[in-house]
Write a protein that binds this ligand. Structure first.
Ligand SMILES: Cc1cc2nc3c(=O)[nH]c(=O)nc-3n(C[C@H](O)[C@H](O)[C@H](O)COP(=O)(O)OP(=O)(O)OC[C@H]3O[C@@H](n4cnc5c(N)ncnc54)[C@H](O)[C@@H]3O)c2cc1C
Length: 271
């Protein structure tokens, strides 16, 4: 098994980028709950610890909310500034010891299909602030997930008044990794769902929005749960893996998405 040979803890972003330029194979280290987990897994030969300089915490950024990439899951769950959807999604990681270490940036960097946070960030329309060598630049979350690059410094959540949202997961036990994770968000206008967003994880290599499902219900009154399940299931093409067969995931993901679309209607709209 490969072990880590070199470790650096730069004091500034500039120093971190210079270290990375000198050693491109070095891995960014945040909480280490993904990168360093598992006694039998290879570890990166060289680590650049982000802990001394990466932004941490939540703050207003004009009309948007900025979330430092170094914010831990527990800080997100405890923050009154965080949207209720993100607080609930952070608590989807059931193990508090891991929540204390695991960061938002590390969750994006791990880019796991079963991520607790990514579906909710997608339906909130999150954007990223990235450092790639030059001045920090903005990137859309979904396009970044399809081709991760650079260092995530922070996320921006736009203020979108009137949205109702819900998130959920399906796992074998509370502390297990999710088989499926999901989030939905829409505005209710004259009884119809508008600007509908549906994001699902666990069905393919990474979590993503499902425009094909959004188009089924956009601008329509909320159907019954049974109707929605029956219309969603045929459009899903899940992968088979150790966590569940394609057939099971299609059945369970359709039920989860329909449950969340109904549950969001009962949530208070964002101010
Ligand atoms: C027992 C256990 C339970 C878990 N349960 C869950 C769960 O319920 N839900 C869930 O989503 N995950 C879960 N995980 C996985 C892991 O905890 C999360 O993915 C976590 O968010 C990783 O964050 P971290 O700060 O520890 O990242 P690290 O392990 O430090 O890094 C993860 C990856 O991201 C890269 N990275 C780190 N920071 C940045 C950055 N700012 N910009 C770009 N790349 C970066 C690293 O180089 C690495 O490739 C669990 C892990 C364990 C061990």
């Amino acid at each position: 098994m490969r072990r880590t040979e070199r470790y650096a803890r730069p004091a500034s972003l500039g120093e971190a980028l210079a270290l990375k330029a000198a050693d491109p194979a070095a891995a960014w280290l945040a909480g280490g709950t993904f990168l360093l987990a598992g006694d039998a897994r290879d570890k990166p030969e060289s680590l650049i610890d982000l802990g001394a300089f990466l932004p941490r915490g939540l703050s207003a950024a004009g009309a948007a909310l900025a979330i430092g990439a170094g914010t831990s899951f527990q800080e997100l769950a405890d923050s009154r500034a965080a949207p209720a959807l993100l607080r609930r999604a952070a608590l989807g990681m059931a193990n508090r010891n891991v929540r204390n270490r695991a960061t938002v940036g590390g969750n994006l960097g791990a880019n796991r299909s079963c991520s607790s946070l990514i579906p909710s960030l997608l339906v909130l329309g999150a954007e990223l602030e990235l450092a790639e060598g030059g001045p920090p630049a903005a990137a859309g979350l979904e396009s970044w997930l399809a081709g991760p690059r650079g260092l995530v410094l922070s996320l921006r959540i736009p203020a979108e008044a009137g949205r109702r949202s819900a998130c959920g997961r399906w796992a074998r036990t509370a502390c297990d990794l999710s088989v499926l994770s999901a989030a939905v968000s829409y505005r209710l206008s004259a009884g119809a769902m508008r600007d509908l967003r549906i994001a699902l994880g666990g069905l393919g290599p990474r979590a993503r929005r499902f425009p094909e499902l959004e188009a089924l219900f956009e601008g329509r009154p909320l159907p019954s749960r049974e109707d929605m399940e029956a219309r969603i299931a045929p459009l899903l093409r899940p992968i088979d893996d150790l966590r569940g067969s394609a057939e099971f995931k299609r059945f369970r993901a359709a039920a989860l998405a329909a449950e969340l679309l109904r549950a969001a209607a009962g949530q208070e709209a964002d101010a």
